[in-house]
Ligand binder design. Structure first.
Ligand code: SF4
Ligand code: SF4
Length: 283
């Protein structure tokens, strides 16, 4: 068979075009498979997140949030990219027994709530570990009187709660949630679970309110709004607070707690939650 140079040229062009089209189709198929797989992984991770949230609520947590802590520059947290924040609310009836001093009832409730949080983080930790993840449950009350400069704990529950969108840090240095104001305590599980974090809260509900500053018997609350990046002692003097409690409430049956700023905060008062203290006249 005699094939002319022109025909051979055309055949080569056709074959090259077909190979090119095949390669492009192959690329498109690979991209579709990649997207589909990513979507499936995303769906699985989201399902896992919701199942962990469900498990923690089922164990007794009132609020649960997921924070990305991979940016925290501290070797103690190396290997942990996620902090799961767990909040357990306090009973209003008991908080409202605090007037100008803590009560034994509040002291007991504070300890029982911490114990409950530790049980929830322990159960959550076991659940995650059984799924193959590394966990470090951080105790609910881990104030270290020897830690400088101001009794900083191993890991700040407020950082985890703030980054996971459960609330913001108030002038009192307490965590302020929309649901319960500051009438809630927190625990944290550090884990290497790869998960999409919740969105941090950007609002600050304190506004011009000065209720906690005026109520604090130790003058420990400066009265300024917390700004991201500023140290805790710029808004609250932990030494003044600690010394006042140690001097005045040790023998009152109240132990090492106070709670006056927490009890007075308008954002925690039942029926007023979500209310802005800027509208103090309405209150
Ligand atoms: S706990 Fe008591 S002493 Fe400490 S800041 Fe609050 S009101 Fe002041
Ligand atoms: S008492 Fe007022 S200023 Fe203090 S934390 Fe509550 S809302 Fe903020």
């Amino acid at each position: 068979m005699n094939i002319s140079f022109h025909s051979l040229h055309n055949i080569i062009i056709v074959i090259s075009t077909m190979v090119y089209i095949f390669m492009k189709i192959n690329d498109i198929i690979i991209i579709i498979i990649h997207f589909y797989t990513s979507f499936q992984v995303f769906e699985e991770v989201n399902m896992l997140k919701e199942s962990i949230r469900y498990q923690l609520h089922n164990s007794g947590a009132d609020l649960v949030g997921f924070a990305d802590i991979s940016h925290l520059n501290d070797s103690r947290y190396r290997g942990y990219n996620t902090a799961i924040s767990i909040g357990v609310k306090l009973f209003d009836g008991i908080v409202d027994t605090i007037t100008d001093a803590p009560t034994y009832m509040y002291y007991h409730h504070y300890n029982v709530t911490n114990l409950k949080i530790d049980q929830i983080t322990h159960q959550g930790g076991v659940y995650l570990e059984n799924l193959g993840y590394k966990v470090l449950p951080v105790a609910a009350s881990q104030k270290d009187p020897h830690a400088e400069p101001d009794y900083n704990a191993f890991f700040s529950h407020k950082t985890a709660a703030r980054l996971s969108g459960l609330g913001h840090i108030g002038k009192s240095a307490l965590m302020i949630t929309k649901e319960y104001g500051p009438r809630i305590r927190f625990g944290t599980i550090l884990t290497n679970l790869p998960i999409e974090a919740d969105t941090p809260m950007t609002e600050n509900l304190c506004g011009n309110c000065m209720v906690c500053t005026q109520a604090c018997p130790a003058n420990a609350i400066v009265g300024v709004n917390f700004t991201l990046g500023s140290p805790r002692h710029s808004i609250y003097d932990a030494h003044k607070c600690h010394d006042h409690i140690e001097t005045h409430y040790q023998k009152s049956g109240g132990g090492m707690v106070c709670g006056i700023c927490m009890q007075r905060c308008p954002l925690g008062i039942e029926g007023k939650r979500g209310w802005s203290p800027d509208h103090e006249d309405d209150y």
